[in-house]
Design a protein around this ligand. Structure first.
Ligand code: SF4
Ligand code: SF4
Length: 214
C-alpha cells in the first residue's frame, strides 16, 4: 500500500525516541553516564540515540586508530638503556612520507665525527602530517608508531605544531598499552620484546659463549 514505508520508518524513529528516555531513566537522567556504561550505550546493541558529551565522555579508540606518529623509546626504568631511542635515524620514514613532513638530523660520534645510528633531532610538522601511517608501516625497527592522542589543538599557529624529538618520544610500554595485539605480533616477529639490535647482540653473545665453551 502506498505510504507503508513511510509509516514503518516513522515507527523506527518513534521507537528510538522512546528507548532514549527509557535508557535515560535507567541512568537517572544523569548528564554523563558512568564510564562502564559507555561501551554499551554507544555499542551496536544500544537502545535509543545518545549524544556523546565530549570532552567529559569520549568514544573508545580502536587499536588500529591512527593519529600523529610518535617515537618509541625504551622504558624509562629499563635496566640497561633507559629512554634510549629505538630509532636508528635510517631516514626511511622521511623518504616514504607523502607530504614530506619529517626532518631527521643524525647523530655524530663526538670523537671520530662519524655518523652513529641515533637521531640527534627529529621533527614532524603535525599540521602537514596526514596520518597515513606510512612511516610506521615502513620503519624496519618498529621505532615510529601511530598515536591515539587526538587532542592536539592549540592557540599557537607558528611553532607549537612542529613536534620535536622530546615531544614525540614515548616509552615502549605506552605502545603496549594502546596497541597490545600489534605490539605482541611485532615482538613475535622480532623474536622478543627488545629492540632488534639488542636481540641481535644477545644472539651474537650467546653464539660466542657457545663457541668458547666448545
Ligand atoms: S624509519 Fe624508523 S628507524 Fe628509520 S628514521 Fe624513521 S623512525 Fe627512525
Ligand atoms: S603518518 Fe604519513 S604523513 Fe604523517 S608523518 Fe607518517 S608518513 Fe608522514
Amino acid at each position: 500500500m502506498y505510504g507503508t514505508g513511510l509509516w514503518r520508518g516513522l515507527r523506527v524513529t518513534l521507537k528510538h525516541f522512546i528507548d532514549t528516555y527509557i535508557e535515560d531513566i535507567r541512568y537517572g537522567f544523569r548528564r554523563h553516564v558512568p564510564v562502564e556504561a559507555f561501551p554499551e550505550r554507544q555499542g551496536l546493541e544500544a537502545r535509543g540515540t545518545f549524544t556523546v558529551q565530549y570532552p567529559e565522555e569520549k568514544l573508545a579508540t580502536p587499536e588500529r586508530f591512527r593519529f600523529i606518529p610518535f617515537l618509541v623509546v625504551e622504558n624509562y626504568d629499563h635496566p640497561e638503556r633507559p629512554g634510549h631511542d629505538w630509532c636508528t635515524s635510517c631516514g626511511i620514514c622521511a623518504k616514504v612520507c607523502p607530504p614530506q613532513c619529517i626532518w631527521i638530523v643524525r647523530s655524530d660520534d663526538p670523537e671520530t665525527g662519524r655518523p652513529i645510528p641515533e637521531p640527534a633531532e627529529f621533527y614532524i610538522d603535525i599540521d602537514i602530517c596526514m596520518n597515513c601511517g606510512f612511516c610506521a608501516e615502513f620503519c624496519p625497527f618498529d621505532a615510529i608508531k601511530m598515536d591515539h592522542d587526538y587532542e592536539l589543538a592549540s592557540y599557537d599557529r607558528t611553532t607549537a605544531h612542529i613536534f620535536d624529538k622530546q615531544r614525540l618520544s614515548k616509552e615502549f610500554r605506552y605502545w603496549q598499552s594502546i596497541a597490545p595485539t600489534r605490539a605482541a605480533e611485532e615482538a613475535a616477529a622480532r623474536g622478543g620484546w627488545e629492540h632488534k639490535d639488542v636481540l641481535k647482540q644477545k644472539q651474537r653473545e650467546a653464539k660466542d659463549k657457545g663457541a668458547a665453551a666448545e
